[in-house]
Write a protein of this length. Sequence first.
Lengths: 114, 114
Amino acid sequence: GQQLNQSPQSMFIQEGEDVSMNCTSSSIFNTWLWYKQEPGEGPVLLIALYKAGELTSNGRLTAQFGITRKDSFLNISASIPSDVGIYFCAGPRAGGTSYGKLTFGQGTILTVHP
Amino acid sequence: NAGVTQTPKFQVLKTGQSMTLQCAQDMNHNSMYWYRQDPGMGLRLIYYSASEGTTDKGEVPNGYNVSRLNKREFSLRLESAAPSQTSVYFCASSAQPEGYNEQFFGPGTRLTVL
């Protein structure tokens, strides 16, 4: 089946540091979505990207839709303790009848030490 | 406006028992989805409903059935629970099945099958 590979799998950083994570696929995606999941909660949408090369920010978060349409990047600047959680990339496969079916990456677990 | 709600939040079953997980959304969305989340595997689609009156299998449908009761409600049924179905189950909805299909998630149901 469709695979999205996220890296790194986990990160342990100090408060104030910047964070970078990425998501890659062997297939082309039409849309890239970045979600954050906090313990005991469902994923919450952070950023949605719709065009190759697009760069979008949401506060301290910035995400980019890769030019090849096979990857995406998420950066968090000046991390704070409440950034802790699991970050997922997701997207619908380009072409065919995807009917909104999303493929999710395995997630990046972020831990921020005060 | 509660978004996506799920009941119950926690459930423990014995092998062979049946149960139905309930999901409702108040955003007038057309499409609804059921996922399961297991450690290190991200979210995997079980079933989805592109619109009221339609349901289709996702990536891991075996052992489950679904009912799109109306536009608001989408239930997931386990007819004969197995320990392999121990997982966290998330319901999600989106405004449309294709295009800019940002999905919104409920808080999850944590199911343990003994």
